[in-house]
Design a protein around this ligand. Sequence first.
Ligand code: NAP
Ligand code: MG
Length: 488
Amino acid sequence: MNMPAFMNGAKKLLIGGEWIEAQSGERIDAINPATGDVMCQIARGGTGDVDRAVAAARHAFEGEWSRWTPHQRRKLILKVHDVLLDNFDELALIETLDMGAPLARTRAFREWTSQVIQFYASHTDAATTEAAPNSLPGNFMTLKRKAPVGVVGGIIPWNGPLMGQWWIFGPTLATGCTAVIKPAEDASLSVLRTAELLLEAGVPEGVINVVTGYGRDAGQALAEHMDVDRVAFTGSYVTAQSIIRASAGNIKRVQLELGGKSPDIVFADADLDKAVPGAAMGVYTNSGQVCVAGTRIFVQRPIHEEFVARMRDFTRTIRVGNGLAPDTQLGPLISQRQLDRVMNYVEIGGREGARLASGGTRLGGELASGFFVEPTIFAGVSNDMTIAREEIFGPVASIIPFDDMEEAIRLANDTSFGLAGGVWTRDLSTAHKVSDAIDAGTVWVNCYGVLDPAVGFGGYKMSGYGWKGSREHVDSFLYPKAIYMNLD
Ligand code: NAP
Ligand code: MG
């Protein structure tokens, strides 16, 4: 396969429409997790670079851009849509090389990207001025305005930046905000290439800026910055706690999309032909590096053993390998660090008495230089074991037996997270009752992981706050303002 020319040479930061080196001149290796090879380098941006990027974003915000008409903005976003789709094979390949997800997955984001960009294109009219009814004595006219908040700091993780970046770029372009985005150092390349394409499509300079680097310096500087009006963060709850503290300086708006330990509940009456692969891929997709992964699979006791056996058989059919191979279903984990973390949880699971029903080992042979782990099933897990409480972010499923609906709901909600959940049943009443009772932002019934940008998603509890997708998301990039006019 031909490597994209983009992969040659060291990457720079995008600030005010210019590609420039980090002030420190330092760089970070971009590693292919399927081989462990260094492919190229990205710039290690720091506080000074963030300062410059925020200044460029402020300058662009104060210029013409934030006053563009809805029509101008829509036209631009649709142009971006076309340019992105024309280059999508290259973007998918870059994402596969940089973070490991199979081409089968990254290429499938083409349709999703098209949908998400078109969704934001259809919401460029969100910054409005409307007359509001009032009950004031006298002769008052009241107006409600919504105006873009200003400079947005976007901080995203490595598990799918090709997709994840659109939750920042989409509402930024739709509303007339400007953004400084800080991708994860483990997967910045698809964001950098997308940024090049945004410029090519005509996004004005300074509207989108990209500062690559480490979270502890570039990310922290962005979260603390006194001239950033809003931070949109996706990542772990530990980092989110630090972002909340960093936001205190100027009381900036914060949106947090964090992790989960989502329950996926399989009742004895479920159609197992659908529930087994559905629940299994609800954990394994993207090698388990998915925020909504349904990692706690609750199975009603009469079918527990059958379910475990069928899930094990299904799991053994999954092809794990280099994502460049067309038939690969699961790629590597993102890094050595993540591999160590996952293997450590596998060990803890065994030590705490869970039964290893499948997998559990790092893959060797020709995959030995990459960060590959087998999809893994622990059966007979209890909800208070470490592997059922902490987010592993790897392809590790915990199967937990339950007796009745009440117990399933109680155990499902016995977690500090609340991002998503699933229910598999043929009974309409069970489906309604359980989906209503799960404390989570998204619940899937007889399916798992589907997502429409027009509906969106968000978290309860320690899975964060704020909603991504839907009109609500666009509105969260706007400040409401009331204007009272005394006409007498
Ligand atoms: P993470 O460690 O929190 O990192 C996320 C981003 O924050 C990265 O860009 C990271 O930079 C940066 N960062 C780290 N420390 C920072 C600091 N002190 N200040 C500002 N930024 C900082 O998360 P991760 O382990 O990479 O990603 C996995 C997590 O993301 C999981 O918990 C997963 O569930 C969650 N996630 C949630 C969603 C959702 O929509 N709910 C979607 C995807 C993932 P560097 O990595 O470059 O150092
Ligand atoms: Mg990489």
